[in-house]
Design a protein. Structure first.
Lengths: 232, 223
């Protein structure tokens, strides 16, 4: 076993790199979560809507996105998609942080596909008779969803959504493939500059684990505080 | 588009084979199959250890499973890349590195499926088997596992789909699987990234969606 020395990594430049990577990963995950949740809800509603066309669109989205690895989504949105844009828009995008934008688009669309399935099964767990009763009392589709089905479905849906957030947190690491300066990217950078591979990876693994542990604890707390309760 | 496919289809499917190492779609499938096949026995063992009444067996394995499930696969790949050479004493090639990472990662997930399957069975089953004089091992082998593992079959196909998607991370350590080959093609052609990565996505879609439908059909048949 080689001699371990963490001091070099916990001071100066290397610490700053790792810390900025960690914060950037957190930002990526948070921003993606904010974008993915409404998208996922929309898709779940499409799949439950009475129209066959809407159902088909929702199904195609979920299956299409889930059947392709996230890494390929990243490559596609970073290298492929900008080519299809008008020149002016493309030029404007390249003046900004195009890597981060591509990564957020890829992560949001990917995460939304998984989350929409959790939302859909949460909505379906509420007995259908309640929905029919609401419609019979004159509520519209949207009103019965908003006032009756959603409030009950939230308790069922939140725990799997939290576990999708855990997956999202781990998935941010794949953004390193298109050069987004998140934690994994900074880990590789520190490793090759400091030659302290073991120590670097130990610190970074610890950082990933901390947030994973936090998210797991959150899921547990939610289930204690708001146990599933469905009127049958 | 047609020209692109016409020039590169063999490279896309097989990599440099037969003039070099196997790559492309073939390598992706070989890697995923081998990964899942090796992860199965390990996952079963880890799952049983998680279910064990012996704390010295249960606790370390619980810790290991938690650590692996709480870290990104890419981190596990880097650990394998870094650690394997210091264990084996020689430089490990990308294929073994990726395979080792996949086996460990998938085994940790399978372990949880096995454990959940065992815990979903009525508690009385283990108690009844034990009171009939069976040992813990016999009760598991003869009574609990056969019931717990059968509903796992469709989720195994889904696990295979996940493993295929996970192999794409091999790109990052330079393993010439499907995504790596597509990137190499893109670097040669330069002007058609949309088409190259579109075809790449479509290939994964056909493979994974086909398998997911198979799992769905299997599930319907079992029920």
């Amino acid at each position: 076993m080689p001699h371990l020395d963490f001091t070099a990594l916990l001071h100066g430049q290397f610490r700053d790199w790792l810390l900025s990577g960690f914060l950037f990963s957190l930002q990526l995950a948070a921003l993606t979560l904010v974008l993915a949740l409404p998208l996922a809800t929309g898709i779940a509603l499409l799949r439950l809507a009475p129209s066959r066309l809407a159902k088909a669109i929702g199904f195609a989205y979920v299956e299409g996105v889930r059947s392709v690895p996230l890494l390929v989504h990243m490559l596609f949105w970073y290298f492929g998609a900008p080519e299809a844009l008008p020149v002016a828009l493309k030029a404007w995008l390249y003046t900004g942080n195009i890597e981060a934008i591509s990564a957020i688009v890829a992560l949001s669309t990917y995460t939304a596909a998984y989350m929409s399935e959790d939302i859909r099964s949460g909505l379906r767990a509420v007995p259908r008779a309640q929905f029919e009763a609401a419609r019979a009392l004159g509520f519209t589709f949207m009103a019965s969803m908003r006032l009756l089905i959603l409030p009950q479905a939230v308790r069922i849906t939140v725990p799997p959504l939290i576990s999708q957030t855990l997956n999202l947190w781990k998935n941010t690491s794949i953004a390193t493939v298109i050069g987004v300066a998140e934690l994994m990217y900074q880990a590789q950078r520190v490793e090759s500059a400091s030659f302290r591979g073991f120590e670097t990876f130990a610190i970074v693994t610890g950082a990933y684990l901390c947030i994973s542990l936090l998210i797991t604890a959150l899921a547990w707390l939610f289930q204690q505080r708001y146990p599933v309760r469905v009127a049958s | 588009m047609i020209e692109l496919i016409d020039t590169y289809w063999l490279y896309f499917l097989l990599g440099q084979y037969p003039h070099g190492p196997l790559g492309g779609l073939a390598l992706t499938i070989v890697l995923a199959s081998l990964g899942l096949l090796l992860a199965l026995p390990l996952g079963l063992l880890l799952g049983l250890a998680r279910f064990s009444p012996l704390p010295w067996l249960r606790l370390p394995v619980t810790g290991l499973v938690f650590v692996v499930r709480g870290t990104p696969l890419l981190m596990v790949v880097f650990w394998a890349y870094f650690f394997l050479p210091s264990i084996t004493g020689q430089k490990t090639e990308q294929f073994s590195t990726m395979l080792a990472a996949l086996v460990l990662f998938d085994a940790a997930y399978l372990a949880e499926i096995v454990r959940a399957g065992l815990q979903a069975l009525p508690k009385g089953q283990m108690a009844a088997a034990r009171s009939l004089g069976m040992s813990h091992g016999q009760a598991l082998r003869l009574i609990l596992l056969p019931q717990a593992l059968r509903p796992m079959l469709p989720s195994l196909v889904n696990q295979f789909v996940s493993t295929i998607k996970e192999t794409s991370l091999g790109t990052i350590i330079g393993l010439s699987e499907l995504s790596f080959i597509a990137t190499a093609i893109n670097n040669q052609v330069l002007v058609k990234p949309l088409q190259v990565y579109g075809i790449l996505a479509l290939s994964y879609f056909i493979l994974c969606f086909g398998l997911a439908r198979l799992a769905y059909a299997l599930e319907a048949r079992i029920k």
